[in-house]
Ligand binder design. Structure first.
Ligand code: SF4
Ligand code: SF4
Ligand code: FES
Length: 288
């Protein structure tokens, strides 16, 4: 069955833009990304859209479809009625480059603030065997495709851009949890999570979990256990004492990063990846 669908697609750049209407043919079995490509091929050859795999695995085609953060390649057209207008807009939380393409470098800059895994020195390859339980715990977080839909939907930065300085977002919280839960990781990540990544800003609304295309239980399995670790570290007198006599790793005084990790890139900050003009000024739809 083919039919003509009504699409509204946001066109513009960082400074201005508007929703543009398209009537476009849809065939059975197609997804939103197919229709966007058809618009590009037949009506708007300069329409900017980012995609790679068309299989829900590269995380490139993130957008907001009728106000919901989704992957365009995994949103089937038969999830809408034939009469329904399908509105496609760029991720609201990030600066628009052009049309549906946003600048997600905020997430990469924040990722650089998370120290990588640091195992015990001198341990030979294959010397340690992980239990399946430990493998499974972090395996869930390894499914992340970095689509940043969770970052887009999190109200802490979605509605308050100035929080981007102090808040890394759910994607980086599960990265931190993944490393923290590794039995051989030697870095104490609790202060990092709380003080530098802004874990305390999260009020466990679970909106991030709802939009994750990999069905990662971001809040229940990542954020809440990290919060529990922070609380036990701060208020358990034995852990507190342990941290005072040397279990805790040294913290660099200059920018708060853990020793041996890349410093926060101040140049990237200055270049404005944390900055953002109000979406409303660019004519994007209001927050859902
Ligand atoms: S649970 Fe926390 S990180 Fe996730 S959307 Fe809510 S406030 Fe943001
Ligand atoms: S946690 Fe889920 S929603 Fe967030 S970036 Fe990874 S795959 Fe996307
Ligand atoms: S194109 Fe790769 S996830 Fe959609």
């Amino acid at each position: 069955m083919t039919y003509t669908a009504k699409f509204r697609v946001w066109r513009g750049d960082e400074f201005a833009g508007e929703l543009q209407d398209f009537a476009v043919e849809v065939s059975e079995g197609e997804v939103v990304l197919d229709v966007i490509h058809r618009i590009q091929a037949t009506q708007a050859s300069d329409l900017a859209v980012r995609w790679n795999c068309k299989a829900g695995k590269c995380g490139s085609c993130s957008a907001e479809i009728n106000g919901m953060p989704k992957l365009m390649c995994m949103t089937r057209m038969n999830s809408f009625t034939v009469e329904e207008v399908v509105t496609v807009t760029p991720l609201r939380t990030f600066k628009v480059i052009r049309d549906l393409v946003t600048d997600v470098s905020f997430n990469y800059a924040k990722a650089m603030e998370v120290p990588s895994f640091k195992g015990p020195e001198g341990m030979a390859l294959g010397e340690y065997r992980m239990t399946q339980e430990d493998v499974s715990r972090s395996q869930e977080f390894r499914k992340c495709i970095e689509c940043f839909l969770c970052q887009d939907t999190c109200h802490v930065i979605r509605d308050h851009q100035d929080n981007k300085y102090a808040f890394a977002g759910p994607r980086l919280f599960i990265r931190t949890a993944e490393l923290s839960m590794h039995p051989l990781d030697e870095i104490d990540r609790r202060d990092l999570a709380q003080e530098d990544l802004g874990l305390g800003y999260c009020n466990i609304t679970k909106c991030c979990t709802e939009v994750c295309p990999e069905h990662i239980k971001i809040t229940d399995n990542g954020i809440i256990p990290m919060k529990e670790r922070v609380v036990s570290g701060k208020y358990d007198p034995l852990i507190w004492l342990g941290s005072k006599i040397g279990f805790r790793k040294s913290i660099e005084e200059d920018n708060g990063a853990i020793e041996g990790t890349p410093p926060v890139d101040e140049e990237m900050r200055k270049e404005g990846i944390y900055g953002y003009r109000p979406n409303e000024a660019a004519g994007l739809p209001a927050s859902r």
